[in-house]
Design a protein around this ligand. Structure first.
Ligand code: CP
Ligand code: NVA
Length: 308
């Protein structure tokens, strides 16, 4: 059964991931098609505890394109769990809005919002998952490689929120995922087990590695994300040391399949996880990927907030 909210890729059955990608592609090809006004008269609260460019703008515009309204609430305005308990914010917003997209530090806040609001809740990034990013990423892979099945995705860097959603999503749609991280920063065991079982069902797989060169060798997609995520700024210096050798550079890319694509969810820290030359190279699809946030978001809103 389709979950009422989108809190994690781990909750989304593989068939539903494919359905959302199909919808995103169809909507992108024909914006005024039959579902073009699916959210007419509906409203979405954007409750953000951390900064955002892509997620905020793409949700606002996606809602507008589908005929609905989005209201942005900044960290200072709401004081989620500080000025007011999460369960009270949930019930207040649930009384005004048809759905809530929330960017927060803990996955538990999302679960609490979903438990109390009475409306669908969408994870707009937590420390645990970034499911909307993964959907846009898979849409980009589909477009760039003509599909996802059987392709190899090498993720180099921190086994973080972006890595987790991406690994779970990619393994669900038949990709071979290789994650290269320093041992202390690798993906957690439970997520790896879920990704592996999804891979068994889809014809994909997941491998955790330490050596970025081994991960990238012959890969179709090379993906990285920041070494220091939002909220971890105090650890930045230690993380820069821990991730030395995990930079995506032209030299590392030379090991991938010729014509492999380079992906990054952005914002990028050039000179840390990726070089300027790699992100600006002809292989880089990062801005197509960023644009796809808008198309993927429309599919999510159509499914969770739409009327048809
Ligand atoms: N990739 C991503 O989520 O970007 P923002 O933090 O700008 O929303
Ligand atoms: N891992 C990053 C992703 C930003 C979009 C963070 O959580 O800050």
């Amino acid at each position: 059964m389709w979950p009422r909210s989108l809190l994690a890729i781990a909750d989304l059955p593989p068939a539903d991931i494919e359905l959302l990608l199909d919808r995103a592609q169809a909507q992108k090809a024909d914006p005024s098609g039959p579902h073009g006004r699916a959210c007419a008269g509906r409203s979405l609260a954007l409750l953000f505890e951390k900064p955002s460019l892509r997620t905020r703008v793409s949700f606002e515009l996606a809602m507008q394109r589908l005929g609905g309204t989005a209201l942005y609430l900044s960290p200072a305005e709401v004081g989620l769990g500080k000025r007011e308990p999460v369960k009270d914010v949930a019930r207040v917003l649930g009384g005004y809005c048809d759905a809530i997209a929330c960017r927060t530090f803990s996955q538990e806040v999302l679960v609490e919002l979903a438990d109390w609001s009475g409306v669908p809740v969408i994870n707009a990034l937590s420390d645990w998952e970034h499911p909307c990013q993964a959907l846009a990423d898979l849409l980009t892979v589909r477009e760039q490689l003509g599909g996802t099945q059987g392709h190899t995705l090498a993720y180099v860097g921190d086994g973080n929120n972006v890595a987790r959603s991406l690994a779970l999503g990619a393994a669900s749609v038949g990709m071979h995922v290789r994650l290269a991280s320093p041992p202390a920063f690798t993906l957690d065991e439970a997520s790896t087990t879920v990704a592996a079982s999804r891979g068994e069902a889809s014809g994909g797989s997941i491998r955790l590695l330490e050596d970025p060169r081994e991960a990238v060798a012959g890969a179709d997609v090379v993906y990285t994300d920041v070494w220091t995520s939002m909220g971890q700024e105090d650890e930045a210096a230690a993380r820069r040391r821990a991730f030395l050798g995990y930079q995506v550079s032209r030299e590392l890319l030379a090991l991938a399949r010729p014509g492999a694509i380079v992906m990054h969810d952005l914002p990028a820290h050039r000179g840390e996880e990726i070089t300027d030359a790699a992100i600006e190279s002809e292989q880089s699809v990062v801005f197509a990927q960023a644009e796809n946030r808008l198309h993927a978001q429309q599919a999510v809103l159509w499914r969770l907030v739409g009327q048809d």
